[in-house]
Design a protein around this ligand. Structure first.
Ligand code: FEO
Length: 387
C-alpha cells in the first residue's frame, strides 16, 4: 500500500479495486483503480478521491506522506461517487480544507453528501496558486457528468484528466510503459465505448484544449497513468470521438431453435465475401459491454432475434437498450430473425436500430427453419446491398 511518487512532490494515493467485476452493468474483468493524487507544496492539495470502501487504503497512502489534517485544498474534478466517496471521511480529518469543484460540482456535492463544506467553485480559465506550482482548471461538462473538469499543473506538465483517458485495470503497475500496451489500449477502448461514447462531441472540445497543453504525464482517475503513450491515446480518442469506423461488421443475436443462428451465419458469409472484418456474437455467451468495445469501430451492426411471446428475446432487448443509450453515430444496421407465426421481433429490432439513427439494410425475416436454398438467396440479396 505504498504511495507512488509520479513527479517530485506529487504522489498517487488512490485505491486498487482488485475484485470489481461490475460497474453499473459494465463487466470489469480486470478490476479498476480510483486514482487520487497528493501535491506537496506550500498549500497541500489532494486531487480527487476514491470509492467509499477504498477510503482506508487511500488514507494509509496519504498518511505515509503527510498528516491528512494538513491538507489545504481538495480538488474534486468530478463528483461521481467512485471519485468522491471518501471525501466526507477526508474532511473529518481536515475540516477547514477548501473543496474546489466546478459550479455544477459545488451544486452536486451537498446533494450527494448532505454537507455544506468550505466550497470554492472554479470555472475554465481559473487558476489556483499552490506555492511553487499552480493548477489551471478547464471545465469538461458531460465528460462524463455535467460537473466534470480537468486540472493542469504547467510547472510539472501534469494533466489530472479524471474520467478522460481512463481504463478499468487493477494492477501493481502505475504507468502505461510498465503494462502490456495492447491490453491497456483495449481496456481504454472498452472504457470509451461503455462510458464516454455518448459524449463524443464534448470529448472533441476537450481534446482541442488538451492538444494545446505541454504534457509529460496524464493522470486519469481510473487505471494506468500515461507518460509514454500519450500520442497514441490522443490519436485513438480523436478517432473514437469522430465516430470513425473500420471496414468491420458485427452480427449480434440470440436464438431459440437455431433458425436465427442460421440467418446470422449467412450474414457472416455475406460480409466476409465483401472483405469485412466480421465478428459473430451470441448474446448468451458474450457480455454486452464487450460487444460495445467492438461496436466502437464497426460500420455495420446486425441484430437478430426470434419472436418469443410477440416480442424479442430478453437478451436482445437488454443489448438494444444498452446500445441505444450509448448512441454510436453514423452506423448501418440490419434486423433479422426467424419466427413461427406472429413474427413481430424483426420489426421491433428494426424500429430500435432506426431510433439509434442507423441507415438500415433490408430486413431478413424467415419462418420456421429456413432451407439452404432460401438462405443462399438471402445471402446473395444482402451482398448486393453492402458497400
Ligand atoms: Fe469514474 Fe464518472 O466516474
Amino acid at each position: 500500500m505504498k504511495a507512488i511518487e509520479i513527479k517530485p512532490g506529487i504522489y498517487w494515493v488512490g485505491g486498487i479495486d482488485w475484485d470489481l467485476r461490475n460497474f453499473h452493468g459494465y463487466l470489469t474483468q480486470r478490476g479498476s483503480t480510483y486514482n487520487s493524487y497528493l501535491i506537496i507544496d506550500e498549500n497541500i492539495t489532494l486531487i480527487d478521491n476514491v470509492k467509499y470502501y477504498m477510503a482506508e487504503e487511500q488514507m494509509k497512502r496519504i498518511s505515509q506522506i503527510i498528516d491528512p489534517a494538513k491538507i489545504d485544498y481538495i480538488v474534486q474534478n468530478h463528483i461521481e461517487m467512485d471519485h468522491s466517496g471518501s471525501l466526507p471521511g477526508i474532511l473529518e480529518k481536515c475540516p477547514n480544507a477548501r473543496v474546489i469543484a466546478s459550479p455544477k460540482g459545488v451544486e452536486g456535492l451537498p446533494k450527494h453528501y448532505k454537507k455544506q463544506w468550505n466550497f470554492m467553485p472554479v470555472k475554465s480559465g481559473d487558476t489556483l496558486n499552490l506555492g511553487k506550482r499552480t493548477l489551471h482548471f478547464v471545465q469538461t461538462p458531460m465528460v462524463h457528468w455535467p460537473d466534470n473538469m480537468v486540472s493542469y499543473c504547467p510547472e510539472e506538465k501534469v494533466l489530472f484528466s479524471n474520467d478522460s483517458f481512463g481504463q478499468h485495470i487493477s494492477s501493481s503497475e502505475r504507468f502505461d510503459d510498465e503494462y502490456p500496451f495492447n491490453t491497456m489500449m483495449n481496456e481504454a477502448a472498452k472504457y470509451y465505448a461503455n462510458i464516454v461514447l455518448p459524449y463524443s462531441k464534448q470529448v472533441q472540445k476537450a481534446l482541442d484544449v488538451v492538444k494545446t497543453l505541454d504534457i509529460d504525464v496524464i493522470c486519469p482517475s481510473h487505471g494506468l497513468l500515461l507518460r509514454k503513450y500519450i500520442p497514441e491515446m490522443l490519436e485513438m480518442y480523436t478517432k473514437w470521438s469522430a465516430n470513425s469506423v473500420d471496414k468491420k461488421a458485427l452480427i449480434i443475436y440470440d436464438t431459440m431453435w437455431k433458425s436465427t443462428e442460421k440467418i446470422a451465419g449467412i450474414i457472416l458469409e455475406a460480409f466476409e465475401s465483401k472483405g469485412y472484418q466480421t465478428r459473430l456474437f451470441n448474446l448468451q455467451y458474450t457480455h454486452i459491454s464487450d460487444i460495445m468495445t467492438e461496436i466502437l469501430t464497426a460500420k455495420y451492426i446486425c441484430v437478430g432475434s426470434p419472436t418469443l411471446n410477440n416480442n424479442i428475446l430478453p437478451t436482445v432487448a437488454s443489448f438494444l437498450t444498452y446500445l441505444k443509450g450509448l448512441a454510436p453515430k453514423g452506423r448501418h444496421g440490419l434486423a433479422f430473425g426467424s419466427y413461427g407465426w406472429g413474427g413481430q421481433s424483426v420489426g421491433m429490432v428494426e424500429t430500435i436500430l432506426k431510433e439509434c439513427g442507423f441507415d438500415m439494410l433490408e430486413q431478413i425475416r424467415l419462418q420456421y427453419v429456413p432451407d439452404d436454398d432460401l438462405l443462399k438467396a438471402e445471402e446473395q440479396k444482402l451482398i448486393t446491398q453492402i458497400d
